[in-house]
Every structure is written in C-alpha cells, then in structure tokens.
Design a protein around this ligand. Sequence first.
Ligand code: ATP
Length: 219
Amino acid sequence: MAQPICVFGGTFNPPHLGHVRACLEAADEIGVNQVGLMPSKLPPHKGTAGVDEHDRVAMVKLACAHSDRLFAELIELTLPAPSYSVKTLGELRQRHPTTPLVFMMGQDSWDNLPSWHEWESIHQLAHLVVLRRHGEFQPAKPDSRLTALAETAGTTNVRHLHQQPAGCIYFANTQLQPVSSTTLRNALAGNDENKHEFQLTDWLSDSVLHYIKEKRLYV
Ligand code: ATP
C-alpha cells in the first residue's frame, strides 16, 4: 500500500505541543510516518497578531525539529494569496497525481468547514482526518451538511486512507490537548507566567518559547 502524504494546515501562531501531540498520535493511528506542518500564507479568516510569515515559519521549523516524523511543508507560502486549502491541496494533487493525500484538521476546523472556499471539493482532493478538540470548540448543533458528508464519506477503516487517493473522512480517536494558540498568545502578553493555570513550558517547546522570548513576540 502507498504511504499517504500527510499535511496539517494552520496558522501556527505559535505552533504548540497540542498541534504536535495530536497530529503525531493521529498519524500513529492511521499508520502514517511523516506529517508536514503546513503554515498558511494570508489566512482569509484570521489575523496574524503582528507576527510575520518569517517568524511563523521559523517557529514551525523549530517545532518540527523535535521529531524526525515532522517536517515543515511550506508549499502554501509559495502560492498566490489568499491561502485556500482547496488551492493548496489541488497543487499537491497535481504534484502527486495518484498518491493518497491526507489533510489533518482539528474538530473546530471540521465544524467550520462549510465556511471554507469550495469546501465540498476539499475531500475530493485529500482524505480528511479530524483530530479531537476540547469542549469549548464543540458547536451547539452540528451542521447538517457535515453530518451528511460524514455519513457518505466517513470511514473507520484506516486501510481506505492508504488504498484510495482521497475521498474519505476519518475521525481520529486522539487524546484531547486542551490548548490553543490564542490561549498561549494571551498568556505571553501577560508578564507573569504564574498568573496562568498552566506553565508556558507545558505547551510550548523550549526552542519555540526561546524564539518567542528572544524576538519579543506577542508582548
Ligand atoms: P488559534 O487559537 O490562533 O485559532 P489554534 O490553536 O486553533 O490557533 P491553528 O494554527 O489555527 O491553531 O490550528 C491549526 C490546526 O490545528 C487546526 O485544524 C486546528 O483545529 C488544529 N488544532 C489546534 N490546536 C489543537 C489542539 N489542541 N488539538 C487538536 N487540534 C488542534
């Protein structure tokens, strides 16, 4: 069976250990060795909190350096803005016409998928692997279009992700990683770490935290 190409897209502003742990755990579950953290260029629906592309790329590279199973996939930065996942995955599909492609996303991204550009084409370009996300990200009522898509394209058989180039939706049974970049940005903007319920080092790798402090990001 072909080893799928697997990418995990996001703003990564900053990349945290929730991203790393969740995507590696899901990769284990689906039998994928390598995951590319794929920073987006100009997110259509998110600001970048004053942190530029160079900093996000540097932090993604540092986050990836912790595991030989992670790499920085910078393809989206080479494409014309705005970043649309459908465009990026289309480009990957052109480069790899028959290889299975896996696009990982958190539960909140899945829940918002109908707001994405040409969202109904996305799973035709890549399998979608959805990572669990903690409570505050659960919608009150799931979108009926997503329920319908999960019914028609959902699979619990990971072999399908290796046997077909695209088209499946797989909900990974990953552990919850109760963190977000927003929480970390807010924590970093305060001066006293101890005011927070967690230590920054619980959720940021030493090298990413060092980079943030050295560059005085998010203050
Ligand atoms: P922000 O708080 O700035 O919105 P974020 O923490 O959600 O950021 P992103 O870079 O926007 O991080 O997320 C990239 C992808 O990672 C998205 O699909 C998101 O759902 C997923 N993700 C982020 N944090 C987690 C987490 N703790 N557990 C599982 N998936 C996550």
